[in-house]
Design a protein around this ligand. Structure first.
Ligand code: MN
Length: 395
């Protein structure tokens, strides 16, 4: 037996304990929990087959009582000692997509982001549409192109129509962008016709990940009217490999900013589900932004309530993301179209400047939050590199 040494100040101490799907060399993917710089093999230590699988879905479907029980068991296990054969160094295993994604929905919950994008996309009208403060605006994304951190992203091709050009042409996106977001994963499903009130959020939602919602702004700007984003978003959405359970976020829970006008009753709840999470965006290793989740207008509990209020079923593995997180300050903007103001104000990264992504660029988005007893917990990062457009898509 070995008692795991956790470095002082680790973002992966006993107050965090995120779950992921890992694969040691020469054996099958399975569920593990991260402790310090180690992964503990849960199939080997807890003897439940739900952990011998290549996704978290079966465990997530077991529900909150079971999640709480496993968290207690893991805490004891780590304190008492774990069989050496069930412990792996985190940098010696491959991390997989942790969840078989069911439906994927993306919201637009940052008032700063929605206002900035409104100004950029529709300069001659009110930046916020009339519905924005009455409901969390969202769209259905493409679950089959949700990918795990470390997976390269190929520059998409599509229709582009720059201003001043009367008809569209076709080719690789010239305005490839990121969106720094948090994503929430449903564990306990509902039946068709049921709804999930905001105060039932924690009964259904298992945990959270960091999301990079890649966005081809030129394709998006031309296609999005009137039904919303489609091919400008659906080519890739990246998530971090470690799912931080809601139980680890107790100390991060805060009120959302004041919501005025007051939302309709189905969007109101007693529980606080604003979250004090700090994100960091790195472009080729240089920090370019620090988006604060604490300023998000709509809470994830409101997003889930809105998603199900028409009776739409929620499924184990549903992923819903917050939308780009942008703070009030320029260096808190979570998308490059905002950070560079539509490409007019390049950012400096080392000895180079950038407006949108170039081939070979690498983006890392990471996040941390307060843990209990003055600790800090980490989500890890979502990191990807841009590859050139392929597939015989000539200009
Ligand atoms: Mn988005």
């Amino acid at each position: 037996m070995t008692v795991l040494e956790i470095p002082a100040g680790s973002l992966f101490g006993l107050r965090n304990l995120p779950y992921g799907v890992f694969q040691p060399k020469d054996s099958a993917p399975r569920v593990g929990v991260r402790v310090g710089d180690w992964v503990v093999d849960l199939a080997a230590t807890l003897g439940d087959d739900v952990f011998a699988q290549s996704t978290l879905n079966a465990f997530m479907a077991q529900g909150r009582a079971r999640w709480t029980e496993v968290r207690r068991q893991v805490t004891e296990l780590v304190q008492d000692g774990v069989a050496e054969t069930a412990v792996f160094a985190v940098d010696e295993v491959t991390m997989h997509l942790p969840v078989a994604i069911a439906d994927y929905v993306d919201f637009y919950a940052s008032e700063n982001h929605a206002t900035n994008l409104g100004r950029l996309f529709r300069p001659d009208s009110e930046p916020l549409m009339p519905n924005w403060k009455h409901l969390p605006v969202g769209y259905h994304g493409r679950s089959s192109t949700v990918i795990v951190s470390g997976t390269d992203v190929v520059r998409p091709c599509g229709q582009r129509k720059p201003p001043g050009q009367s008809v569209p042409d076709f080719g690789p996106s010239r305005r490839l962008d990121i969106e720094a977001e948090m994503g929430f994963i449903v564990g306990v499903p509902t039946k068709l016709g049921e709804t999930i009130a905001p105060d039932r959020f924690a009964e259904h939602v298992f945990g959270a990940v960091v999301v990079n919602d890649w966005s081809a702004r030129d394709i998006q700007a031309w296609e999005y009217v009137p039904l919303g984003p489609f091919l400008g978003k659906s080519f890739a959405t990246s998530i971090s490999p470690w799912v931080v359970p809601l139980d680890a976020l107790e100390a991060a829970r805060i009120d959302t900013p004041t919501q005025d006008p007051e939302p309709l009753p189905y969007l109101r709840g007693e529980e606080k589900w604003g979250l004090d999470i700090d994100l960091v965006v790195e472009w080729n290793g240089h920090i370019v932004s620090r988006p604060p989740y604490s300023q998000m207008y709509w809470s994830p509990a409101q997003m889930l309530a809105h998603t199900t209020i028409n009776g739409a079923a929620a499924s184990t593995g549903d992923l819903f993301a917050s939308g780009t997180i942008s703070g009030r300050e320029k260096n808190e903007r979570g998308a490059f179209i905002e950070l560079t103001w539509g490409g007019k104000e390049p950012v400096t990264i080392g000895d180079q400047t950038r407006t949108f992504l170039e081939d070979g660029d690498e983006i890392s988005i990471s996040a941390t939050a307060p843990g209990v007893n003055g600790t800090r917990i980490g989500f890890g990062e979502v990191r990807s590199r841009i590859l050139p457009a392929t597939g015989g898509m000539q200009e």
